[in-house]
Structures are given as C-alpha cells and as structure tokens.
Design a protein around this ligand. Structure first.
Ligand code: ADP
Length: 170
C-alpha cells in the first residue's frame, strides 16, 4: 500500500494527525522555522525527549536523511518525527538525502503505527532547496514508498509552497 496524499495550506503546529514531522537540524535541540514553531507550541516535553535521544543514541547529532520520534507534547498529535533535511548546494546536499527524509519518516511512522502523518516542505526554508524540486522529490518519494500510513498530508505555509505541491499532484 502507499499513502493517499492530501494538501493543506497552513501552520503544521495547528494540525491534528497521529504524527507531525519536524524539519529539524542534526543537533535536535531546536532551531528556527518550522522547528521553532513545533517546540514553541508543543512545549518543553519535546525538547526533553530530544535531549534524551541525543544522549542515548545520537550524541553526535542525527545524520541528514534520518528520522527519530519523540512525544508531541501539547500538539494535537501522538508523536513528532524529527528528520534532518540536506542543505541545498552544500556538500552532502544530495537529492537522495531529501528523498530519504520522507522514506525514513514513513518507516518510523510505520514502526509507531501512525496512520496519518503531516509533513512540512522539508529543506525549503533555511536549507534553501528550490520549492518546485523539493515538491517533486516529496511527492515522488511518498508515491513510491510502501507504507501502512493511510494519509500523508503536506502542510504548506504559503501560496507558493501550496501551488508547487499542487502542480506535482496534477
Ligand atoms: P529547513 O531548515 O528544512 O529548510 P525551515 O523550517 O527553515 O526548514 O523551512 C521548511 C519549510 O517549512 C519552509 O517552506 C517554511 O516556509 C515552512 N514552515 C515554517 N514554519 C512552518 C509552519 N509553522 N507550518 C508549516 N510550514 C512551516
């Protein structure tokens, strides 16, 4: 099975889903953009879990393209899945790593038993990935990844992002 893709324009921290994906950085200690918004609205429990994960598994940080889950704190979700996107144009800024963020997040979602998963447009902010290319990689990867997740919801903050994803869905 593959997931059904839906699109929403809005703030991912206002979504109700089994899992909300965070475009984190490898420190897992929070940042700007969607990461900052998730920690602000989700409250300190998320950061506490991130610190625990760092200490037990990822002392050197979470590698680009990987994903890990924490509590969702006060968000209307059961889990936050943190994944680290590649920086466009930087060494290691490989499209395959952006695809890996979506695949690994779905793998973690399957391990958790999540059925609805909300994703932001990973790497398209501070990490500068061109929106159209990021949308293509996101949609192609979700369409080709077998999963028990029933709904993948892309939550796009602005018109430009929403329209780029809508074009990919055709
Ligand atoms: P990255 O470091 O992976 O580029 P950013 O958080 O800087 O992550 O941006 C990723 C995308 O998330 C951008 O398109 C940005 O506009 C969007 N974004 C920022 N805040 C939110 C939010 N609250 N809900 C949904 N998308 C968001």
């Amino acid at each position: 099975m593959t997931a059904t893709i839906t699109l929403v324009r809005g703030d991912i921290t206002r979504q109700s889903a089994d899992a909300i994906v965070n475009a984190a950085n490898s420190s897992l200690l929070g940042g700007g953009g969607v990461d900052g918004a998730i920690h602000r609205r989700g409250g300190p429990a998320i950061l506490e879990d991130c610190r625990r994960l760092r200490a037990s598994h990822h002392g050197k940080g979470l590698p680009t393209g990987r994903a890990v889950a924490t509590t969702a704190g006060d968000l209307d979700a059961r889990w936050v899945i943190h994944t680290v996107g590649p920086v466009h144009g930087a060494p290691g800024g490989d499209p395959e790593l952006l695809a890996s963020c979506y695949r690994e997040s779905l793998r973690v979602a399957d391990e958790l038993g999540a059925r609805t998963v909300a994703f932001p447009a990973i790497s398209t902010g501070v990490y500068r990935w061109p929106m159209d290319d990021a949308a293509r990689i996101a949609v192609e990867t979700v369409r080709s990844t077998p999963t028990a997740v029933e709904e993948v919801r892309f939550v796009l903050l602005d018109d430009r992002a929403y329209e780029a994803f809508a074009r990919q869905l055709g």
